[in-house]
Design a protein around this ligand. Structure first.
Ligand code: 5GP
Length: 116
């Protein structure tokens, strides 16, 4: 995909693609992962598509990273028992498939013997 094309997440934010949205404010959106790996598997996504991964996001807007963590905590409390795994896949060989920074929030029954 050429870099100029909007990511799948940008298209979800623009409501061009449906998603099960569970949270939204001015800077972030959260929705259920289409291929859940845990009883609760949400994606917390900055609305800006400027950052391909959490590395660029953290360097440019560290407060946005803190906001992602706070939203993850709130969503894990609302949808599960408040305990959660926060995963940022960074780079293709680490499993990143969407080049638009995002956090996986996994809670409830997690897959055994894996970190993702
Ligand atoms: P990554 O592999 O980049 O860390 O995470 C991308 C995640 O986005 C994957 O877990 C994948 O299941 C999810 N995903 C990909 N396309 C869609 C979509 O169209 N809708 C939703 N809700 N999730 C998606």
């Amino acid at each position: 995909m050429p870099e100029s094309e909007p990511s799948i997440f940008t298209r979800i934010i623009a409501r061009e693609i449906p998603a099960d949205i569970v949270f939204e404010n001015e800077t972030l959106i959260a929705f259920r992962d289409i291929n859940p790996q845990a009883a609760v598997h949400l994606l917390v996504v900055p609305k800006t598509g400027a950052y391909p991964s959490v590395v660029e996001l953290a360097a440019a807007e560290p407060q946005l990273l803190a906001e992602i963590v706070a939203v993850a905590r709130d969503l894990a409390t609302e949808h599960s028992n408040g305990e959660f795994r926060l995963v940022f896949n960074t780079g293709a060989t680490a499993g990143q498939t969407v080049l638009h920074a995002h956090a996986h929030v996994l809670s409830g029954a997690l897959p055994e013997g894996t970190l993702a």
